[in-house]
Write a protein that binds this ligand. Structure first.
Ligand code: GFB
Length: 301
């Protein structure tokens, strides 16, 4: 078995992936070239799944654009370059559905990534992630490296960041709903509830990533998606039911809706793995909430 390294090994997706070596932010500062280079020199991984990234929900994407751009560009550039220099054979990187243009014909597919500007709410992060595609294409052309990338939709699951302001919608609402229930307060939800999202369970992403690392060599990023759109309102109803919250909902119209929808085309992964069963949203939420309640307050928040 080849020696496999997972960056972001303490994060939501990284914890669910099987690997010989997992590193988190305390093991190696991936925005520092000398540290990254020394790490690869010392540990000599043969395969890499690069999940590490500075990520967050719509709020943090809007308010920390400089940090999101700089940290992601540096991490991705350095990790891919260290992999090349130290002879890594197989490499998988993560993009995100926000890399797609805001105004483009649906469904989203990999040929459309560079056809126009991303949604302004997360453009800094999206451009940084688009550069992963550019770098991998360049490295393939010049060095013949068959490194690959994948595009998961909105991922949720155990070990997520349950920050009340900067997290993604699922972990943030789980945490806020839990607190509202404990304190007997109203549950505050952002926006109108009308936007549509495609959610994917972290353990599904981990399984698909392992498969793709071992089997996929194409240059087109592979979309990981259930292709099932769910409104924020429906998502909230599921979380409320699973947490047995009996209070009132308050929709905060001054908070952002973000992009209205971003439906993606999952036909390629479906064709490769016709038997693969995605975890239904309700089941995934149940597992995530079970994990959250069992681990609270020792969750990342
Ligand atoms: O997960 P989220 O923040 O990211 O979801 P995006 C935002 C949607 O959930 C918006 C609604 O329609 C919000 O109005 N929402 C409702 C909330 N209540 C809340 C809440 O308390 N917190 C949050 N965060 N949202 C991100 C991108 O977009 O998706 C990233 O910004 C990345 O770059 C990620 O691509 C997958 O789906 O809007």
């Amino acid at each position: 078995m080849a020696k496999r390294l997972v960056t972001g090994g303490t994060g939501m997706v990284g914890t669910a992936i099987n690997a010989d070596l997992k590193i988190g932010r305390n093991d190696c500062n991936l925005t520092d070239w000398n540290e990254v280079n020394a790490f690869f020199e010392k540990h000599k991984p043969e395969e890499v799944i690069h999940t590490a990234a500075k990520v967050g929900g719509v709020w943090s994407n809007m308010h920390y654009k400089g940090d999101f751009f700089r940290e992601n560009v540096l991490m991705n550039t350095f990790v891919i370059e260290a992999a090349r220099l130290h002879g890594v054979k197989r490499f998988l990187a993560f993009l995100s559905t926000c890399v797609f243009p805001d105004k483009v014909e649906y469904p989203l597919n990999p040929e459309k990534i560079h056809l126009g500007p991303p949604h302004h709410s997360n453009d800094a992060y999206a451009y940084a992630k688009r550069m992963v595609d550019v770098q991998l294409r360049a490295y393939r052309e010049q060095y013949g490296l068959e490194y690959v990338s994948v595009i998961p939709t909105n991922i949720y699951g155990p070990h997520d960041l349950f920050d009340l302001e900067n997290g993604h919608v699922v972990p943030t609402l789980i945490h806020r709903c839990f607190l509202a229930r404990e304190r007997g307060e109203d549950l505050q939800v952002w926006g109108t509830g009308k936007p549509l999202r495609e959610f994917i369970f972290s353990e599904d992403v981990a399984k698909l990533s392992e498969w793709a690392l071992e089997n996929y060599t194409g240059i087109e990023p592979l979309i990981f998606s259930t292709s099932e759109e769910v409104s924020i309102k429906t998502l909230v109803e599921m979380i409320v039911e699973l947490l047995n919250f009996k209070g009132n909902l308050v929709w905060l119209s001054d908070k952002p809706d973000g992009q209205f929808r971003k439906p993606s085309d999952n036909s390629k992964i479906r064709a490769f793995l016709p038997e693969f069963e995605f975890t239904p949203l309700y089941e995934g939420l149940k597992k995530t909430i079970g994990w959250f309640e069992a681990n609270y307050p020792n969750v990342r928040k």
